[in-house]
Ligand binder design. Sequence first.
Ligand code: GLU
Length: 537
Amino acid sequence: MSPDDVVVRIAPSPTGSPHVGTAYIALFNLALRRKQGGRFILRIEDTDRSRSTKESEEQIYDAMEWLGIGFDESPRIGGPAGPYRQSERSETYRKFADDLVARGKAYLCFCTEKRIEELRVLQKKQELPIGYDGLCKSLSRAEIEANLEAGRPYVIRLLVDHESETVCHDFFRKRIAISNMQVDDQVLIKSDGFPTYHLANVVDDHLMGVTHVIRAEEWISSLPKHVILYGAFGWEPPVFAHMPLLRNKDKSKISKRKNPTSLVWFRDAGYLPEAMVNFLSLMGYSPPPRESCPEGNPEIFGFDEMVRDFDLSRVKTSGPIFDLEKLDNFNGVYIRKMTDEECVGRLLGFYAYLEAERGRLTAEIESELPAAAEMRTLDERRRALTRSTLEFIRKHRPSRERLVQMMGVLKERMKNFLEFADVAGFFFEDALSYDPGLLVPKKTNPADAAKVLRLAADRIESVGEFSLAKVEDGVRSLPDETGWKGRALFMAIRVAVTGSDVSPPLFESMEILGREKTVLRLRGAAGFLDGIAARSI
Ligand code: GLU
């Protein structure tokens, strides 16, 4: 190890779907590790046995892999400080807790849950700080022996000197002093024999040689307990750097009730990992100014670039905004940066993946759907994306060439992947449904519109070679022949062919659809209008 080497880690708990916050924190840890050299550890903190699942652990690996976040040590890779899953380290924690008890730094507490609960109620009523009152601190050795003999369940608590204060250091916030009156005699070992987060976290960070704990701000309230624990063990604490929490535009903490927070969700909704990484890298961070930025946007940079200039002291602790619109824009930027070939490669991979994950995906999306009304449109678009991509791959099994061709046409127009799904859905539908309000231009009527669409169909049927130029030639003379304004005419045709008044370029779309499908749609729309005309007589 060189003197600059750092040992950093993320320590997610495998409960539920992996959170964007985990990726955000992981990126800052990785940036420091790559900039300075050293090791990056993935430790699975699964001490909460009732909430931890294997599935969630798997999802953490998948999500990190998707984002290109690699580790030097993990439960999968192994390493010198393993095992890296806390459920496999119980004996270690027990040993360290017993050692604290033996040295008078921690004590056994036999209070029942009922007593703890009564205490809490009383403290609340008297507006006192909530916490253990230290009753078992004064148990004599004989009393302890008798309780153990009787098989009474107990926890091990940290002995906090409530008279003094604890001075903590945070890399960003510098010195934080806190009166120990506010620090509870924290439980270290629960009555089931498992360690609490606090004990396991501190023991592991020490044993794994962690030099920098870069984690989310929500853990700052645990910092005094951790610092006291380091002191009790006689260990040097690592550098702590608490990253600002991600916030909604209204400054509230992001939560899955308000917006999607699951990395699985973002992956399945078609976000590109590099867009996500870039977006998350900007949370609380601004890279030093660069001489030139290729995209003309100083915020667009790859992770390698982030690492090159990385400086932890550039993090600002005011809450960064997790702005989904910005993420959508970033996604668009990265899509447009790709060559058509690359884009197709990605799409194929994505479709194949979606197909495979279909059952799970539906449930996942349903459960992650945000409730807030203002999200609904965006959500519908995302659902449309999933639906149309699945339909697409299933029905059409398109050739690579075909996709490349489509992509060339579409990429110009699409702002991002999501929009691609919206506008391209029509390529994959066999039957379109029509909004008569769009199909019949103002100052015309359904019967007339039906006639014009049939005329267009005839024309397209009769052009010799079905190419963009020929189709365009064939249709261009129609305004003169029908007396319709060009705008109205092309709008009716666009709606008939694509089902929508917003679509990629019309003639290119027809070319991709092919003659047969184009004609079928024009006639289909005309038939639909016949029905309306008949009813209105
Ligand atoms: N297990 C904690 C979590 O789920 C780890 C917090 C820490 O990094 O200390 O985030």
